[in-house]
Design a protein around this ligand. Sequence first.
Ligand code: OGA
Ligand code: MN
Length: 292
Amino acid sequence: MPFHVNPLSPASAEITGLDCSRPLSSGDLAALRAALVAHPVVCVRGQKLDARRQGDFARQLGPLEPQDRSAYSHPDDSDILILSNDRRPDGSQIGIVDAGDFWHSDSSHIAEPCRYTMLYAVKNPSKGGDTHYIDMRAVYDALPAALKRRIEGREAIHHISKTLNPRVAVSAERAGAAEYYKAREKDRAPVAQPMARTQPESGRPALYVSPRFTIGIAGMDDAEAQPLLDEIFRFMFSNPAWRYTHKWRDGDLVIWDNACLVHMAGGGYEYPDVRRMHRATVAGDKPFFRAA
Ligand code: OGA
Ligand code: MN
């Protein structure tokens, strides 16, 4: 029997009646890809996935992005990254504790950012731990004409280092984070990305900048670029209709399309109230903009 796709908001849907622990039929895979085009956030309910099965499921959507942070990859499948505030008895972190703490699209700071991210809720905290999304296709469509003209054909500069970006702060919860980002200032090159990005399957344009990773605009002085970025970010937060907040249930596997969304971890829980997510990222191509 085919699975059910039940819209939750304009950008999101839940899927029931799909078992991700077994290989998908070609029909189910095509239907899942179609669901992701219609709803860039898809939550598959009621899954039971160990790290290996999650990795196997994710690889059906494409090759996985190599992990940047192998210290936190899962011992059973090194393509699975652990996000958690849990600690070992010696106090050390078992996973990344501050992942996604500012609005972003995943790995936009590399030339070929991952396309899909897949998070599986292994353990939800008793409160908080939501994930927030903004549909950047809707934001692009609503951009005032004057603002649209100012970004047309432009590229923005993205960088992984938080210490280069006054719009974000380094989490005090992660030991060594400031040193980590200081080192990245020098060993990672800035990457230029189109400020609007076409979702290849639908041809729909989406705004493609974020407070977390966008630190400037190519060929534009900061005196002009920073106020323009501030104006764009203010606009993108201005309409709650463009947002979706995912409140995690046990067994949720959420898949999202980084080509047309930004997202952020909402926080709001504290150790020893543990949150543990397993993450896989499907590799992507170079972002492009094609006029409709
Ligand atoms: C991510 C991310 C948000 C969250 O995994 O890329 O931003 O709520 N996660 O954990
Ligand atoms: Mn993220």
